[in-house]
Write a protein that binds this ligand. Structure first.
Ligand code: S6P
Ligand code: ZN
Length: 197
């Protein structure tokens, strides 16, 4: 019996912009998609009224089956800015299969990989060009742009990981990254609904 072989292929990655060629799915996340994720809800509404629906980040992924045996990869660009004093960030998620890990490779700009375990433990890993940051099994992960230019990184994860956005949408992260005197600082999230450590 013979199996049908997939043809080898390559992808071109523009290290500056994170553009991929050929590209599969492209997702744009705007402020209105994350309305309830920023702590300062008044700042969210003010921006939407006065400035419009700001583009926060874009994700580009290579077209591959989301099943076991494949390695998926894609880039994320988080544009610089803040909502109130909270830096622009991704929604963040657990993997549906909690034990699937992931790696992030910093390509440009600067920020943090923020990780949270289900017991409320939070860790922050600073990232810049050249950083390889590792998401071990069972940690939710979100990235935050704490700089003044786009924060660009490549992510690589197992095909059968799946994405659980719901848990973070419901509970949030226990700690937020905000700007204080021009510096990123972790503070407690008053609206966090999960376990605390
Ligand atoms: C996928 C990986 C990244 C994120 C991307 C956007 O497992 O972690 O490609 O999808 O950084 O974040 P989010 O939380 O909106 O998926
Ligand atoms: Zn992930």
């Amino acid at each position: 019996m013979s199996i049908k072989l997939m043809e080898p292929f390559k992808t071109y990655l523009d290290l500056q912009t994170g553009a991929l060629q050929p590209v599969g799915e492209v997702v744009q996340r705007r402020l209105s998609d994350m309305r309830n994720m920023y702590a300062d809800t008044q700042a969210v509404e003010r921006i939407l009224e006065t400035e419009g629906d700001r583009l926060i980040y874009e994700v580009r992924a290579v077209d591959l089956p989301e099943t076991a045996g494949f390695v998926l990869y894609g880039t994320t660009v988080i544009y610089p800015g803040r909502v109130g004093d909270e830096y622009h960030m991704t929604k963040g998620h657990y993997h549906e299969k909690r034990d699937r890990s992931e790696m992030y490779v910093g390509l440009g700009g600067a920020g943090y990989l923020v990780l949270q375990a289900e017991d409320g433990t939070v860790r922050g890993v600073p990232m810049e060009k050249g950083t390889i940051a590792y998401v071990p099994p069972c940690w939710a992960h979100r990235t935050v742009n704490t700089g003044e230019v786009p924060f660009v990184f490549l992510a690589v994860w197992p095909g059968d990981a799946g994405h659980d956005y719901h848990t973070i949408e419901q509970l949030g992260f226990a700690r937020l990254l905000v700007e204080r005197d021009g510096q990123p600082v972790f503070v407690g999230n008053p609206r966090y609904g999960g376990a605390l450590r």
